[in-house]
Design a protein around this ligand. Structure first.
Ligand code: SF4
Length: 475
C-alpha cells in the first residue's frame, strides 16, 4: 500500500519515573508511523500540568529545552494524524484544560461516531470548545458532571460517547488509560521497573525497555497514582470489535496487539493467500514495506523463492513536493524502484497488503512490467475494501474505493496484470489466533459494529453543511 491512506494517532503514557517526558518522547518515536502531522506531551510534577506540542514529526517537535519544561514524574503523549478536525496546532494533543476539579489533559486515538450531536448538545448548554476535534467532548462531559468522585464522573462521561476511543488522561497526581467497550483501537499496559506505562503498541515498550503486562481490556478504565494501579469496568460488556486493519496494515510488524504478533499474523495472511490463490511462478516479491510479512508467508507456504523486486526510497517523507509540473515523475516512481536484474523474464507473484483507491497500484505493476517481468500475479493480503471507516481511519468514500468502481472480472485488466487474488473475509478471520469473532471488519463487509450518526466524518465539527454518511454505513 502506498496510497494516501493515513494512519490515525498513537498514545504513550508513563507514571512513576523522574524521566517521564523523556520516556514518553521515545515511546512516541516508536509510534511515529501512527501519525506524522503533530506531536505533544503533557507532564506533571505533582503540582501542575505542563505541555509542549508542535506540528510535524516527533524528532522535529521536541528539543532538549522541551524536557526542561516537561520535568515531572508522569507524562502522556500523542502523535496525530487528523481523523476529525483540521491539521493545525490548536488540534494537536494532548488537550490541556482547567476546570472545577483542577487541571487535566487528554490524548485520544479513534473517532467518536456521535461527536456532532454531543457537541451540539454541550454547546447549547454553554460549552465553548477550543478545538475542532471530537476528543475535547469528553472533557466537557467531565466538567459538566456533578459527581464528587472524578473517576466516577469520567466513567459516566465515557458512557455518553460512542465509537472508537483509546484515551489517556493526566491530572497533577495520576494518569488514566481507557478503552472503548468494543476495543476498536489498541492500548497496552506495561511496566518499567516501578513505573507503569501505556502505549498503543508494544513496540513503544520495547524501545524504552519496558515489559508488556497485558492489553487494557475493552471497556476498562485503569488509573495509576502513588497508591498503585486500580482497574474498573465502566461499561456493560458488548461484542468486541477490534480493528482488523490494525493487524493487516497499520501496526508495526514488531508489535503485539489484540493478542496477536503483527508480523506472524501477516505471515499467516500470506500463507492463506496461497491456499486461496496459489499460482505457478518463479519468484515472490513484496510491495515494501508493509507487505513484507505477508510475502514471507506466501513464500513459505508456496515454496516459491522470495526476491527483492522493489527497492523503496526510505528518505521520502510525507512533505515531498513536486518541483516540476506535470506527470514526469509519478509519485510511485519516486517512492519505489523495480529491479530488472531480479525481474527480467520471470513469472512474478507480487504481494501487497491492500488496495483502497488503487491510485498507485497500476503504476507499480507497470514498473514491474517495464523491468521485464514475464507474468505478474497480484495477491492482496486482505479482502476488497468496499466501505468507509468511521472509527478512526481516513479512508476514501464508497465512490472512491476501487472495488466499487471496477467489477471483479475487470480488475486484472485494470491493473494490467495476468491475475489478481484478494484474500476472502473467512480466510482473513481464520488467521486470527485470538478471538476471531472479536473483530471489526466493516470496511470489508459493511457491518458497522456501532451505529454511525449521520454527518460523522473528518470535517463534521467544522463545516456547517457536512457530507452525509452513505446508506451503507448504517446498520
Ligand atoms: S471499518 Fe475497517 S479500518 Fe475501520 S475500524 Fe473497522 S476494520 Fe478497522
Amino acid at each position: 500500500m502506498s496510497e494516501h491512506i493515513k494512519e490515525f494517532c498513537g498514545l504513550f503514557g508513563i507514571y512513576g519515573t523522574p524521566d517521564a517526558a523523556k520516556h514518553t518522547y521515545y515511546g512516541l518515536y516508536a509510534l511515529q508511523h501512527r501519525g506524522e502531522e503533530g506531536a505533544g506531551i503533557a507532564s506533571t510534577d505533582g503540582a501542575t500540568i505542563r505541555d509542549f506540542r508542535g506540528m510535524g514529526q516527533v524528532g522535529d517537535v521536541f528539543t532538549s529545552d522541551s524536557f526542561e519544561v516537561l520535568a515531572g514524574h508522569a507524562a502522556i503523549g500523542h502523535v496525530r494524524y487528523s481523523t476529525t478536525g483540521s491539521n493545525n496546532i490548536t488540534n494537536v494533543q494532548p488537550i490541556v484544560v482547567q476546570y472545577s476539579r483542577g487541571e487535566i489533559a487528554v490524548a485520544h486515538n479513534g473517532n467518536l461516531v456521535n461527536a456532532q450531536p454531543m457537541r451540539s448538545k454541550l454547546e447549547s448548554r454553554g460549552s465553548i470548545f477550543r478545538t475542532t476535534t471530537d476528543s475535547e467532548i469528553v472533557l466537557h462531559l467531565l466538567a459538566a458532571s456533578c459527581q464528587a468522585d472524578w473517576l466516577e464522573a469520567l466513567a459516566n462521561s465515557l458512557n455518553e460517547i460512542k465509537g472508537a476511543f483509546s484515551l489517556l488522561f493526566i491530572t497533577p497526581n495520576e494518569i488514566v488509560g481507557v478503552r472503548d467497550p468494543n476495543g476498536f483501537r489498541p492500548l497496552m499496559l506495561g511496566k518499567l521497573k516501578d513505573s507503569y506505562c501505556f502505549a498503543s503498541e508494544t513496540c513503544a515498550f520495547d524501545l524504552i525497555g519496558a515489559e508488556v503486562i497485558r492489553e487494557v481490556a475493552p471497556g476498562e478504565l485503569i488509573s495509576i497514582n502513588q497508591s498503585g494501579l486500580t482497574s474498573r469496568h465502566y461499561a456493560p460488556p458488548v461484542r468486541h470489535a477490534r480493528c482488523i486493519f490494525e493487524l493487516i496494515y497499520f501496526a508495526r510488524a514488531d508489535s503485539v496487539i489484540f493478542g496477536e504478533h503483527v508480523h506472524l499474523f501477516r505471515q499467516r495472511l500470506g500463507r492463506q493467500l496461497v491456499k486461496e490463490h496459489g499460482v505457478d511462478a518463479d519468484i515472490v516479491v513484496a510491495v515494501p514495506h508493509s507487505a513484507t510479512s505477508a510475502a514471507i508467508g506466501y513464500h513459505r507456504e508456496s515454496g516459491i523463492p522470495l526476491e527483492q523486486g522493489f527497492i523503496a526510497n526510505n528518505y521520502m517523507g510525507r512533505t515531498f513536493i513536486q518541483p516540476i509540473q506535470g506527470k514526469r515523475h509519478e509519485y510511485v516512481n519516486i517512492k519505489l524502484n523495480a529491479v530488472p536484474q531480479v525481474l527480467k523474464g520471470r513469472k512474478v507473484v507480487v504481494v501487497d497488503d491492500s488496495i483502497v483507491r488503487g491510485t498507485t497500484t497500476a503504476g507499480k505493476m507497470r514498473m514491474l512490467r517495464k523491468a521485464g517481468a514475464k507474468e505478474i500475479h497480484l495477491r492482496i493480503s486482505c479482502p476488497p475494501h468496499r466501505y468507509p471507516c468511521y472509527y478512526g481511519i481516513d479512508f476514501a468514500s464508497c465512490e472512491e474505493l476501487i472495488a466499487n468502481k471496477v467489477p471483479p472480472e475487470k480488475m486484472a485488466e485494470f491493473f494490467e496484470v495476468d491475475s489478481i487474488g484478494y484474500l476472502s473475509i473467512e480466510g482473513m478471520k481464520a488467521c486470527a489466533e485470538c478471538e476471531p469473532d472479536g473483530f471489526c471488519m466493516a470496511c470489508f463487509d459493511g457491518k458497522y459494529p456501532v451505529h454511525v450518526t449521520e454527518g460523522t466524518g473528518k470535517w463534521s465539527l467544522e463545516m456547517p453543511h457536512k457530507p452525509k454518511v452513505p446508506a451503507a454505513a448504517k446498520h
